[in-house]
Ligand binder design. Sequence first.
Ligand code: KG4
Ligand code: ZN
Length: 338
Amino acid sequence: MLILGIDTSCDDTSAAVVEDGRRILSNIVSSQAAIHKKYGGIVPELASRRHVEMIWPVVDEALKEAGIRLDKLEGIAVCHGPGLIGSLLVGSSFAKALCYSKGIPLAAVNHLEGHVFSVFLEETNPAFPFLALIVSGGHTSLYRIEGFGRYRELGRTRDDAAGEAYDKVSKLLGLGYPGGPVIDSLAQKGNPKAIEFPRAYLPESLDFSFSGLKTSVLHFVKKLIRERQDEPLKDPGLLQDIAASFQRAVVDVLVRKTVWAIKRERIKRVALSGGVAANSELRQSMSIMGREREVEMFIPSLSLCTDNAAMIAAAGYHHIMSQDTAGLDLNPKAYLPL
Ligand code: KG4
Ligand code: ZN
């Protein structure tokens, strides 16, 4: 079954063609990073306007790269939330119109479900049940995945998501948006033990909290600026140490809480997903933890960690196979629990 996936939940316009929920024929992502960079974060109105301009060219490119005509599509899967409402409306309206005109089924996919399903696009897949840690710009959550459509939330962030903390710390260090990749590369040259930033482990809970860590970096930087006459953020060695120390704090919390979930749920299979799963230190630390504790780790390749439409098509395939289709009255939602 050939499914077109569409994701316009945030700032990237993405379309993909996936066969049988497993085989990627194309996965096009048009990034808006250059548009939002100068504002230090996403401007929702600019994001939705850009989606309007890009949606058809991106879908067209996905079809061309897959080598299929529009008539060959057997279904469309679209992300209907959570996300920016104006952005979501562009993708869902486009998908509804295309399904209506071609007479093919529409699947409404939760963005988080899409992230979880990114691991099914790889060679080896987890058996059910497994634990899913989703770490992105909007979410940091742990789920127990019992089967297709059967998900139980074990914990979530009480404030900032991990990716949000990366983006905010990057902004205050003057490193721009998105913060994850730039902090990741700076951190590789810094000393992770240089500065002792706090870790919110929240004992007895599988919830997360990253706003204290972000505030602690802010206080550290303000103090530096007050105390040093030169411009401390122009010192590359210092920036590298801040990046490395911040990143180590994030990774320590994510790994430790995953270990707690493994013990509590007695499940030795973990799938990592979301934009922050592209982080080199997190990938490495999770792999080491997996080896040491004999836990099977499933970590998607980099392009499947950050937002993409192939993951939406992969999840949508199961909706369509189980006749769980959406009507033309589908309304996207900014807030949409999994
Ligand atoms: O999943 P995603 O593309 O979009 C959301 O659903 O939010 O995640 C985007 C987030 C951003 O906050 C970005 O800074 C972060 O993922 N990110 C990273 C890395 N690459 C992207 N964070 C840490 N290290 C990276 N290499
Ligand atoms: Zn995402």
